[in-house]
Ligand binder design. Structure first.
Ligand code: ACO
Length: 331
Protein backbone atom coordinates (compact mmCIF):
# COMPACT_ATOMS: atom_id res chain seq x y z
CA UNK A 1 0.00 0.00 0.00
CA UNK A 2 1.26 3.46 -0.96
CA UNK A 3 -0.20 6.92 -0.68
CA UNK A 4 -0.30 9.18 -3.70
CA UNK A 5 -0.60 12.92 -4.29
CA UNK A 6 -3.67 13.28 -6.50
CA UNK A 7 -4.00 17.09 -6.57
CA UNK A 8 -1.92 20.15 -5.74
CA UNK A 9 -2.78 23.84 -5.55
CA UNK A 10 -1.33 27.16 -4.50
CA UNK A 11 -2.10 30.77 -3.83
CA UNK A 12 0.18 33.78 -3.46
CA UNK A 13 -0.90 37.32 -2.55
CA UNK A 14 -1.16 39.89 -5.35
CA UNK A 15 1.24 42.33 -3.72
CA UNK A 16 4.65 42.00 -5.43
CA UNK A 17 7.61 43.42 -3.48
CA UNK A 18 10.69 43.80 -5.65
CA UNK A 19 14.26 44.17 -4.51
CA UNK A 20 14.02 47.80 -5.62
CA UNK A 21 11.11 48.23 -3.16
CA UNK A 22 13.35 46.87 -0.37
CA UNK A 23 16.10 49.33 -1.30
CA UNK A 24 13.68 52.07 -0.24
CA UNK A 25 13.10 50.47 3.20
CA UNK A 26 16.65 49.50 4.21
CA UNK A 27 20.30 49.75 3.24
CA UNK A 28 20.48 46.93 0.72
CA UNK A 29 20.84 46.51 -3.01
CA UNK A 30 19.14 44.35 -5.59
CA UNK A 31 22.56 43.15 -6.77
CA UNK A 32 23.49 41.99 -3.23
CA UNK A 33 20.19 40.13 -2.82
CA UNK A 34 20.35 38.44 -6.24
CA UNK A 35 24.00 37.50 -5.88
CA UNK A 36 23.59 35.95 -2.39
CA UNK A 37 20.08 34.49 -2.66
CA UNK A 38 18.81 34.52 -6.26
CA UNK A 39 15.64 36.33 -5.14
CA UNK A 40 14.28 39.06 -7.45
CA UNK A 41 10.86 39.60 -5.89
CA UNK A 42 8.51 38.11 -3.32
CA UNK A 43 4.82 38.43 -2.40
CA UNK A 44 3.88 40.09 0.87
CA UNK A 45 0.34 39.99 2.24
CA UNK A 46 -1.30 43.38 2.68
CA UNK A 47 -2.92 43.29 6.16
CA UNK A 48 -6.69 43.07 5.83
CA UNK A 49 -6.50 41.46 2.37
CA UNK A 50 -5.09 37.96 2.99
CA UNK A 51 -4.55 35.77 6.04
CA UNK A 52 -2.61 32.57 6.60
CA UNK A 53 -5.70 30.34 6.70
CA UNK A 54 -7.41 32.38 3.95
CA UNK A 55 -4.53 31.70 1.56
CA UNK A 56 -4.46 28.06 2.64
CA UNK A 57 -8.16 27.73 1.81
CA UNK A 58 -7.63 29.11 -1.70
CA UNK A 59 -4.71 26.74 -2.30
CA UNK A 60 -6.75 23.83 -0.89
CA UNK A 61 -9.74 24.50 -3.17
CA UNK A 62 -7.38 24.39 -6.16
CA UNK A 63 -5.83 21.12 -4.97
CA UNK A 64 -9.27 19.57 -4.39
CA UNK A 65 -10.54 20.66 -7.78
CA UNK A 66 -7.52 19.13 -9.50
CA UNK A 67 -8.08 15.94 -7.50
CA UNK A 68 -11.75 15.88 -8.51
CA UNK A 69 -12.84 16.05 -4.87
CA UNK A 70 -14.87 18.36 -2.68
CA UNK A 71 -14.12 19.51 0.90
CA UNK A 72 -16.60 16.97 2.28
CA UNK A 73 -14.42 14.15 0.90
CA UNK A 74 -11.49 15.10 3.16
CA UNK A 75 -11.23 13.02 6.32
CA UNK A 76 -8.09 14.56 7.86
CA UNK A 77 -6.19 17.86 7.70
CA UNK A 78 -2.46 18.37 8.27
CA UNK A 79 -1.45 22.03 8.38
CA UNK A 80 2.19 23.16 8.48
CA UNK A 81 3.08 26.74 9.37
CA UNK A 82 5.40 28.86 11.51
CA UNK A 83 3.20 31.93 11.18
CA UNK A 84 -0.26 31.06 12.55
CA UNK A 85 -2.88 33.77 13.01
CA UNK A 86 -3.42 32.81 16.66
CA UNK A 87 -0.94 31.70 19.32
CA UNK A 88 -3.51 28.93 19.74
CA UNK A 89 -5.45 27.23 18.23
CA UNK A 90 -3.47 26.52 15.08
CA UNK A 91 -4.94 27.35 11.66
CA UNK A 92 -5.99 23.76 10.84
CA UNK A 93 -9.31 24.21 12.65
CA UNK A 94 -10.00 27.52 10.87
CA UNK A 95 -9.52 25.78 7.54
CA UNK A 96 -11.79 22.91 8.67
CA UNK A 97 -14.54 25.34 9.60
CA UNK A 98 -14.27 27.79 6.74
CA UNK A 99 -14.12 25.07 4.09
CA UNK A 100 -17.31 23.61 5.54
CA UNK A 101 -15.76 20.26 6.36
CA UNK A 102 -17.30 17.81 8.77
CA UNK A 103 -15.70 17.50 12.22
CA UNK A 104 -12.57 15.87 10.84
CA UNK A 105 -9.27 15.96 12.71
CA UNK A 106 -6.94 18.90 12.10
CA UNK A 107 -3.28 18.50 13.02
CA UNK A 108 -0.94 21.51 13.09
CA UNK A 109 2.72 20.89 12.34
CA UNK A 110 5.54 23.08 13.60
CA UNK A 111 8.62 22.02 11.72
CA UNK A 112 9.21 25.31 9.87
CA UNK A 113 10.86 24.86 6.47
CA UNK A 114 10.55 21.07 6.76
CA UNK A 115 6.88 21.33 7.78
CA UNK A 116 5.35 20.28 4.49
CA UNK A 117 7.48 17.13 4.18
CA UNK A 118 6.81 16.30 7.85
CA UNK A 119 3.11 16.72 7.02
CA UNK A 120 3.37 14.49 3.95
CA UNK A 121 5.04 11.86 6.10
CA UNK A 122 2.25 11.93 8.69
CA UNK A 123 -0.43 11.73 5.99
CA UNK A 124 1.45 8.91 4.28
CA UNK A 125 1.43 6.81 7.47
CA UNK A 126 -2.30 7.37 8.08
CA UNK A 127 -3.15 6.36 4.53
CA UNK A 128 -0.87 3.32 4.55
CA UNK A 129 -2.41 2.18 7.84
CA UNK A 130 -5.88 2.46 6.29
CA UNK A 131 -7.08 4.98 8.86
CA UNK A 132 -7.92 7.76 6.36
CA UNK A 133 -8.68 7.86 2.62
CA UNK A 134 -8.37 11.53 1.62
CA UNK A 135 -5.95 13.78 3.49
CA UNK A 136 -5.32 17.46 2.84
CA UNK A 137 -1.74 18.58 3.57
CA UNK A 138 -1.19 22.33 3.63
CA UNK A 139 1.78 24.68 4.01
CA UNK A 140 0.96 28.36 4.43
CA UNK A 141 2.90 31.37 5.68
CA UNK A 142 2.39 35.06 6.38
CA UNK A 143 5.93 36.02 7.36
CA UNK A 144 6.34 39.62 6.29
CA UNK A 145 4.42 40.88 9.34
CA UNK A 146 7.15 39.71 11.75
CA UNK A 147 10.16 40.82 9.72
CA UNK A 148 12.33 43.73 10.84
CA UNK A 149 12.12 45.80 7.65
CA UNK A 150 14.89 48.18 8.65
CA UNK A 151 18.62 47.96 7.93
CA UNK A 152 18.97 46.14 11.29
CA UNK A 153 16.87 43.24 9.94
CA UNK A 154 18.15 43.16 6.35
CA UNK A 155 19.86 39.79 6.81
CA UNK A 156 16.46 38.08 7.11
CA UNK A 157 13.93 40.59 5.72
CA UNK A 158 15.08 40.19 2.14
CA UNK A 159 14.71 36.40 2.18
CA UNK A 160 11.15 35.67 3.20
CA UNK A 161 7.84 35.78 1.34
CA UNK A 162 4.18 34.87 1.90
CA UNK A 163 2.09 32.23 0.18
CA UNK A 164 0.34 28.89 0.49
CA UNK A 165 0.29 25.48 -1.15
CA UNK A 166 -1.73 22.30 -0.63
CA UNK A 167 -1.79 18.67 -1.67
CA UNK A 168 -4.41 15.92 -1.49
CA UNK A 169 -3.26 12.38 -0.68
CA UNK A 170 -5.14 9.15 -1.37
CA UNK A 171 -4.29 5.45 -1.42
CA UNK A 172 -2.45 4.67 -4.67
CA UNK A 173 -4.74 2.75 -7.03
CA UNK A 174 -1.96 0.83 -8.78
CA UNK A 175 0.11 0.22 -5.63
CA UNK A 176 3.29 1.16 -7.54
CA UNK A 177 3.12 4.93 -7.86
CA UNK A 178 3.08 7.24 -4.86
CA UNK A 179 5.30 8.15 -1.93
CA UNK A 180 8.15 5.63 -1.78
CA UNK A 181 9.53 6.82 1.57
CA UNK A 182 9.95 9.83 3.84
CA UNK A 183 12.89 10.63 6.13
CA UNK A 184 12.66 13.10 9.02
CA UNK A 185 15.41 14.56 11.21
CA UNK A 186 16.03 17.22 13.85
CA UNK A 187 18.93 18.65 15.84
CA UNK A 188 17.64 21.00 18.54
CA UNK A 189 21.09 22.04 19.73
CA UNK A 190 20.95 24.55 16.87
CA UNK A 191 17.55 25.94 17.87
CA UNK A 192 18.90 29.44 18.48
CA UNK A 193 20.70 29.76 15.13
CA UNK A 194 17.38 30.40 13.37
CA UNK A 195 14.41 31.28 15.53
CA UNK A 196 11.75 33.76 16.54
CA UNK A 197 11.51 33.86 20.34
CA UNK A 198 8.46 35.95 21.05
CA UNK A 199 5.62 35.52 21.66
CA UNK A 200 6.68 32.51 23.68
CA UNK A 201 5.17 31.06 26.83
CA UNK A 202 8.26 31.67 28.92
CA UNK A 203 6.77 34.07 31.41
CA UNK A 204 8.74 36.98 29.96
CA UNK A 205 5.96 37.61 27.52
CA UNK A 206 3.43 38.22 30.24
CA UNK A 207 5.48 40.45 32.51
CA UNK A 208 7.81 42.30 30.16
CA UNK A 209 6.04 45.55 29.36
CA UNK A 210 8.80 46.57 26.98
CA UNK A 211 8.35 43.65 24.63
CA UNK A 212 7.72 45.89 21.64
CA UNK A 213 11.27 47.24 22.15
CA UNK A 214 12.77 43.75 22.34
CA UNK A 215 14.75 42.26 19.46
CA UNK A 216 13.15 38.92 20.38
CA UNK A 217 10.03 39.83 18.41
CA UNK A 218 12.05 39.53 15.19
CA UNK A 219 13.55 36.43 13.56
CA UNK A 220 17.19 35.73 14.44
CA UNK A 221 19.39 33.93 11.92
CA UNK A 222 23.04 33.05 11.74
CA UNK A 223 23.04 33.03 7.91
CA UNK A 224 26.46 31.50 7.25
CA UNK A 225 25.87 28.69 9.81
CA UNK A 226 22.44 27.91 8.36
CA UNK A 227 23.92 27.86 4.87
CA UNK A 228 26.69 25.44 5.87
CA UNK A 229 24.39 23.00 7.69
CA UNK A 230 21.73 23.21 4.97
CA UNK A 231 24.05 22.20 2.15
CA UNK A 232 25.28 19.14 4.10
CA UNK A 233 21.91 18.00 5.39
CA UNK A 234 20.08 18.42 2.07
CA UNK A 235 22.62 16.18 0.35
CA UNK A 236 22.58 13.64 3.19
CA UNK A 237 18.82 13.28 3.45
CA UNK A 238 18.33 13.01 -0.31
CA UNK A 239 20.93 10.23 -0.48
CA UNK A 240 19.21 8.55 2.50
CA UNK A 241 15.94 8.44 0.54
CA UNK A 242 17.67 7.11 -2.57
CA UNK A 243 19.49 4.38 -0.63
CA UNK A 244 16.26 3.34 1.09
CA UNK A 245 14.82 2.66 -2.35
CA UNK A 246 17.89 1.19 -4.04
CA UNK A 247 18.35 4.22 -6.28
CA UNK A 248 21.15 6.60 -7.31
CA UNK A 249 21.08 10.38 -7.82
CA UNK A 250 20.94 9.65 -11.57
CA UNK A 251 17.50 8.03 -11.03
CA UNK A 252 16.00 11.41 -10.01
CA UNK A 253 13.89 12.89 -12.79
CA UNK A 254 13.00 16.03 -10.89
CA UNK A 255 14.44 17.49 -7.68
CA UNK A 256 12.16 19.96 -5.90
CA UNK A 257 14.15 21.54 -3.07
CA UNK A 258 12.68 23.69 -0.35
CA UNK A 259 13.32 27.18 -1.70
CA UNK A 260 15.67 28.46 1.02
CA UNK A 261 18.23 30.18 -1.13
CA UNK A 262 19.08 29.62 -4.80
CA UNK A 263 22.76 29.23 -3.89
CA UNK A 264 21.95 26.37 -1.49
CA UNK A 265 19.86 24.61 -4.15
CA UNK A 266 22.62 25.05 -6.74
CA UNK A 267 25.27 23.61 -4.42
CA UNK A 268 23.07 20.59 -3.68
CA UNK A 269 22.39 20.20 -7.41
CA UNK A 270 26.14 20.14 -8.07
CA UNK A 271 26.74 17.56 -5.32
CA UNK A 272 24.10 15.31 -6.87
CA UNK A 273 25.36 16.03 -10.41
CA UNK A 274 21.90 17.00 -11.64
CA UNK A 275 21.28 19.04 -14.78
CA UNK A 276 19.40 22.35 -14.60
CA UNK A 277 16.29 20.79 -16.18
CA UNK A 278 16.19 18.21 -13.33
CA UNK A 279 15.84 20.89 -10.63
CA UNK A 280 12.87 23.18 -10.07
CA UNK A 281 13.43 26.65 -8.59
CA UNK A 282 10.98 29.50 -8.21
CA UNK A 283 12.61 31.37 -5.31
CA UNK A 284 13.45 34.11 -7.84
CA UNK A 285 9.74 35.07 -7.87
CA UNK A 286 8.53 34.20 -4.37
CA UNK A 287 11.48 34.28 -1.96
CA UNK A 288 11.50 31.72 0.83
CA UNK A 289 7.90 30.92 1.80
CA UNK A 290 9.01 28.33 4.40
CA UNK A 291 6.39 25.54 4.72
CA UNK A 292 4.73 26.67 1.49
CA UNK A 293 7.70 26.48 -0.91
CA UNK A 294 7.37 22.81 -1.87
CA UNK A 295 3.60 22.67 -2.43
CA UNK A 296 3.74 25.94 -4.40
CA UNK A 297 6.50 24.41 -6.54
CA UNK A 298 4.53 21.20 -7.05
CA UNK A 299 1.45 23.18 -8.06
CA UNK A 300 3.46 25.14 -10.65
CA UNK A 301 4.94 21.89 -11.95
CA UNK A 302 1.41 20.48 -12.23
CA UNK A 303 0.44 23.51 -14.33
CA UNK A 304 3.49 22.98 -16.54
CA UNK A 305 2.47 19.28 -16.94
CA UNK A 306 5.87 18.21 -15.67
CA UNK A 307 4.56 15.76 -13.05
CA UNK A 308 4.32 12.81 -15.43
CA UNK A 309 3.33 9.27 -14.37
CA UNK A 310 6.32 7.14 -13.41
CA UNK A 311 8.72 10.08 -12.88
CA UNK A 312 10.91 9.94 -9.78
CA UNK A 313 10.48 13.16 -7.81
CA UNK A 314 12.79 14.01 -4.92
CA UNK A 315 11.62 16.52 -2.30
CA UNK A 316 13.95 17.81 0.41
CA UNK A 317 13.93 20.58 3.01
CA UNK A 318 16.07 22.06 5.76
CA UNK A 319 15.27 24.80 8.22
CA UNK A 320 14.81 26.16 11.70
CA UNK A 321 15.13 23.67 14.52
CA UNK A 322 17.24 22.51 12.81
CA UNK A 323 14.84 20.15 11.09
CA UNK A 324 15.39 18.49 7.75
CA UNK A 325 13.51 15.92 5.71
CA UNK A 326 13.11 14.24 2.34
CA UNK A 327 10.45 12.37 0.41
CA UNK A 328 10.96 10.23 -2.66
CA UNK A 329 7.95 9.87 -4.91
CA UNK A 330 7.14 7.81 -8.00
CA UNK A 331 4.55 10.07 -9.62
N1 ACO B 1 21.88 43.79 1.98
C1 ACO B 1 23.16 44.22 2.01
N2 ACO B 1 24.07 43.77 2.88
C2 ACO B 1 23.67 42.79 3.73
C3 ACO B 1 22.37 42.31 3.76
C4 ACO B 1 21.46 42.85 2.84
N3 ACO B 1 20.19 42.42 2.77
N4 ACO B 1 22.29 41.37 4.72
C5 ACO B 1 23.50 41.28 5.28
N5 ACO B 1 24.35 42.16 4.71
C6 ACO B 1 25.74 42.39 4.99
C7 ACO B 1 26.13 41.97 6.39
O1 ACO B 1 25.82 42.99 7.33
C8 ACO B 1 27.62 41.77 6.25
O2 ACO B 1 28.26 43.02 6.29
P1 ACO B 1 29.68 43.19 7.03
O3 ACO B 1 30.60 42.26 6.27
O4 ACO B 1 29.97 44.63 6.86
O5 ACO B 1 29.45 42.75 8.43
C9 ACO B 1 27.77 41.24 4.84
O6 ACO B 1 26.56 41.58 4.16
C10 ACO B 1 27.97 39.74 4.79
O7 ACO B 1 27.04 39.11 5.68
P2 ACO B 1 26.89 37.57 5.78
O8 ACO B 1 25.74 37.24 6.67
O9 ACO B 1 28.22 36.96 6.09
O10 ACO B 1 26.52 37.26 4.26
P3 ACO B 1 26.39 35.91 3.54
O11 ACO B 1 27.27 35.90 2.37
O12 ACO B 1 26.49 34.76 4.48
O13 ACO B 1 24.90 35.99 3.00
C11 ACO B 1 22.76 35.10 3.58
C12 ACO B 1 23.84 36.13 3.92
C13 ACO B 1 22.21 35.40 2.19
C14 ACO B 1 21.66 35.21 4.61
C15 ACO B 1 23.42 33.72 3.59
O14 ACO B 1 24.17 33.52 4.77
C16 ACO B 1 22.41 32.64 3.50
O15 ACO B 1 21.70 32.52 2.53
N6 ACO B 1 22.32 31.76 4.49
C17 ACO B 1 21.36 30.71 4.50
C18 ACO B 1 20.19 31.20 5.21
C19 ACO B 1 18.91 30.81 4.60
O16 ACO B 1 18.80 30.33 3.51
N7 ACO B 1 17.91 31.05 5.38
C20 ACO B 1 16.62 30.79 4.94
C21 ACO B 1 15.83 30.33 6.07
S1 ACO B 1 16.30 28.76 6.60
C22 ACO B 1 16.01 27.81 5.38
O17 ACO B 1 15.00 27.92 4.74
C23 ACO B 1 17.07 26.89 5.10
Amino acid sequence: MKSKIVGVGHYVPDNVVTNADLEKMMDTSSDWIIERTGIQERRWVVPGQDTNSGMAIKASHMALERAGLSPSDIDFIVFATLSPEYFFPGPGVTLQHEMGMDTVGALDIRAQCSGFIYGLSVADQYIKSGMYKNILVVGSEVQNIVLDKTTRGRGTAVLFGDGAGAAVLQPSRDGQSGILSTHLHSQGEHRDLLCLKEPGATGERFINQGLEQSMDIYPIMDGPAVFKHAVTRFDEVIRESLEANGMQPSDIDLFVPHQANLRISQMVQRKLRLRDDQVFNNIQRYGNTTAATIPIALSELWEQVRLQPGKIISLAAFGSGFTWASALIRW
